[in-house]
Design a protein around this ligand. Structure first.
Ligand code: PEP
Ligand code: NA
Ligand code: MN
Length: 616
């Protein structure tokens, strides 16, 4: 990657692409901000993105001509492209991701905090001239349907055409958003530069980026400044930066929640629909559950979203949800015919792939796509590859970017808000956590959410493995103090009617037996757990009280058509009081890290859990 510094030639005069016709003070404020960023970053050209198909096609063609995208064989993958990133720029960089709140305590112990004035002093020289030789794109975007009641808008300026094409898939981009800005709707400012200015005549790289990276969020002024990376989560600022980190702060102030959740509609054999949101940490199967194909007859799942949900209490006392995104930015490896056929079908065309392998016939491949491993590939770095190479052909975090509308089981009304019936929390737990537990009430559910964790390694028998904590699956995405965020969840619960609030469940598809085997088949068979949850919602089945929450009666689980040995079923729901008490000690330690800011109601939940575990 290019590093900043050295004498840069004077910037040539900027040329403005057609600036959309807008008038009034709000439009002038936008233009003034764009001019200000341009004065700092000194691009050669400014291009206001209108979101049209022709514009998108021209952009893609240009990237192919510049060697930044490989056009895939349209016979196999029409309208699709492969990008290969710089090998150092393959994932979100949590260590370089910062919350620049005025007060350090507002960022909390789980975020990297920086002083806003100090970081601006650091960023300004980095952005100075950082777009020389490049085009600065101005991308107005809406999260949620343009003008929708739960929607929010923003503008990203970026010098990455790859980012523009990706934002075009992941959000609603275009002039309709500018009209909203001109009409005075508040908007979030996001600035992105790959940090690789070009001297006149200097050849560009296929994936320009910079060794120095900063992804900085200013929650007090609702801004994001991202420098040095072209990778999805660092560069598509509408997604993790805005729709989670900044939106969580807006939600705190306005009484709603921005969550790292999938969103589905489950339809039972009688045709009755239920809406479920679920928070799982990255790489725990959110996209798989979002696109679930039930193995039980008569049940259907419609996809509404696979990564982010915004939840807001309605006048009716229910919790309403939208998927603010317009596409999927999913991990390719492990997505295949046997694990997520819906995703495979979604990717039939019009997809941007990043860091997957290329087949000799001009199609793509990645580990897990097919059971057969191709004999010959070009790997994600562009090197010849065979199964004997001993390295992954696709990068483990290789991705697909595709419109939600291409998903064959997308709900017809996926852009609308839906009322939630249930919320699921899950991690990847080899021990302790049963296949499914129902919370006794909202507060207990918030307690469960605050304790989402995954084991680093399969635990030894009779102990809890070292836990990677990821409360609400929001650890890398909460824009403010996580303890305050727990408190905000409790507050949102109070805005719901007690008999209309979604019920909360904890699920765990990953429990292992003492021999290290997974006890539950997972994937499409997770529909059996969803069925039990839906039957609980309707009061059709009883649950058994336990120290950790309400458990199913094993006879109520629909196991028709699968063989789960009785001993495995017992183990899937076993509660070992000794190891659970060890786990409460870990929870107490975790809570202690928040220096007294954990809400009293959650400390009370922990105390009550310990009491139930020690009592006969
Ligand atoms: C990302 O890395 O940009 C992203 C979407 O993150 P994840 O899939 O880990 O949630
Ligand atoms: Na990632
Ligand atoms: Mn995610």
């Amino acid at each position: 990657p290019t590093t900043q510094g050295g004498a840069l030639a004077a910037a040539p005069a900027q040329t403005h692409g057609a600036r959309p016709a807008m008038s009034g003070p709000a439009a002038e404020a936008l233009v003034a901000w764009v001019d200000e960023v341009a004065a700092l970053t000194q691009p050669d050209r400014i291009h206001w993105v209108d979101g049209s198909r022709a514009e998108n096609e021209a952009l893609l063609r240009e990237m192919v001509d510049e060697g930044k995208l490989i056009k895939l064989n349209p016979e196999w993958r029409p309208g699709s492209y492969l990008a290969r990133s710089h090998p150092s720029d393959v994932a979100r960089t949590e260590g370089r991701t910062f919350i620049a709140s005025e007060d350090e305590a507002d960022a909390g112990p789980t975020n990297n905090w920086v002083d806003p004035a100090e970081i601006r002093a650091t960023l300004t020289p980095l952005f100075e001239g950082s777009m020389r030789g490049r085009t600065m794109y101005v991308v107005p975007f809406s999260m949620g349907a343009v003008g929708g009641p739960l929607s929010h808008i923003g503008v990203q300026v970026t010098d990455s055409a790859y980012a523009v094409a990706s934002i075009g898939i992941m959000t609603r981009v275009g002039t309709a958003v500018l009209e909203q800005i001109a009409a005075g709707k508040p908007w979030v400012k996001t600035v992105h530069s790959v940090g690789a200015p070009l001297r006149p005549g200097q050849a560009d790289e296929a994936w320009p980026c910079n060794d120095e990276k900063y992804i900085v969020h200013f929650p007090d002024t609702l801004e994001v400044w991202s420098f040095g990376s072209g990778y999805g989560g660092n560069a598509i600022l509408a997604k993790k930066c805005f729709a989670l980190r900044i939106a969580s702060v807006i939600g705190r102030d306005e009484g709603w929640l921005a969550e790292h959740m999938l969103l589905i509609r489950v339809i039972d054999p009688a045709g009755k629909a239920f809406h479920i949101a679920a928070a799982f940490p990255s790489a725990c199967g959110k996209t798989n559950l979002a696109m679930l194909r039930p193995t039980i007859p008569g049940w259907r799942v419609e996809t509404l979203g696979d990564d982010i949900a915004w939840l807001r209490p309605g006048e009716d006392g229910r919790l309403w949800a939208i998927n603010p995104e317009a596409g999927f930015f999913g991990v390719a490896p492990g997505t295949g015919e046997s694990t997520n056929v819906t995703a495979v079908e979604t990717l039939w065309g019009n997809t941007i792939f990043t860091n997957v392998a290329l087949r000799p016939d001009g199609d793509v491949w990645w580990e897990g796509l097919t059971d057969d491993i191709p004999e010959e590939l070009t790997d994600w770095q562009g090197n010849a590859w065979t199964p004997a190479s001993g390295t992954p052909a696709a990068h483990p975090n290789s991705r697909f970017t595709v419109s939600a509308g291409q998903c064959p089981q997308i709900a017809g009304d996926w852009a609308e808000a839906v009322p939630l019936d249930a919320i699921l929390f899950g991690g990847r737990r080899a021990t302790n956590v049963p296949l499914v537990v129902e919370a006794t009430d909202w507060t207990h559910g918030v307690f469960l959410g605050s304790n989402i964790s995954s084991e680093r390694t399969a635990a030894a028998e009779g102990t809890v493995g070292e836990l990677r904590r990821d409360p609400f699956a929001m650890l890398p995405f909460c824009g403010y103090n996580m303890a305050d965020y727990f408190g905000h969840w409790l507050k949102v619960g109070q805005a719901l009617r007690f008999d209309r609030a979604p019920r909360i469940f904890q699920v765990n598809w990953f429990r292992k037996g003492q021999d290290g085997r997974f006890l539950w088949p997972g994937f499409g068979d997770n529909a059996r757990v969803v069925e039990w949850i839906v039957r609980r919602l309707q009061g059709q089945v009883e649950a058994v009280p336990s120290p950790i929450g309400r458990l199913p009666r094993i006879d109520d689980l629909n196991l028709d058509g699968i063989e789960v040995p009785e001993a495995d079923l017992q183990e899937l729901f076993a509660i070992d009081r000794e190891t659970w008490l060890q786990e409460t000690d870990l929870t107490a330690e975790f809570y202690a890290g928040f220096e007294g800011r954990i809400p009293a109601a959650l400390n009370a939940e922990l105390a009550a859990l310990r009491y139930r575990l020690t009592r006969d």
